[in-house]
Design a protein. Structure first.
Length: 132
């Protein structure tokens, strides 16, 4: 049990596509990875509002996308720190479309988990991919 972390029942699936915002980022190298974050739309609005000090009603779609791209960039950058510098890895630019991250690629394996934050869900997926 981690101090200061409240545990609760976790959602069993990613948020519905119509009620979510998805952002992708790639990690280059052999093998390559694609990190996918699927945010409950309400969580995406709340995060963007809190990050920029805006009222929720002042957060538009473009603001949400920019904030989510920055969030996945931070997460992928931290993931990158786990690799040896000699592996010569880097992160791609974050995108709202998977194909814009690594182009056409084949998924070799993947892991995903879902978090619940104040009743909002976020799904995190890490795929090992082979680029064409």
């Amino acid at each position: 049990n981690v101090t200061g972390v409240q545990t609760c029942a976790l959602p069993t699936s990613i948020p519905e596509i119509s009620d979510s915002e998805t952002v992708y980022i790639g990690i280059t190298g052999k093998p390559s990875y694609v990190v996918t974050l699927v945010y409950d739309r309400n969580l995406a609005v709340t995060m963007s509002s809190d990050l920029l000090g805006l009222e929720r009603e002042d957060v538009d779609a473009e603001t949400i996308q920019k904030c989510l791209k920055e969030t996945v960039n931070i997460i992928a950058g931290n993931f990158l720190l786990g690799f040896d510098n000699e592996e010569n890895r880097n992160v791609t630019l974050p995108e709202m479309s998977k194909n814009d991250v690594m182009g056409k690629c084949n998924t070799l394996s993947g892991n995903e988990f879902t978090l619940s934050l104040n009743g909002y869900g976020i799904n995190i997926k890490l795929e090992t991919v082979e680029t064409e």
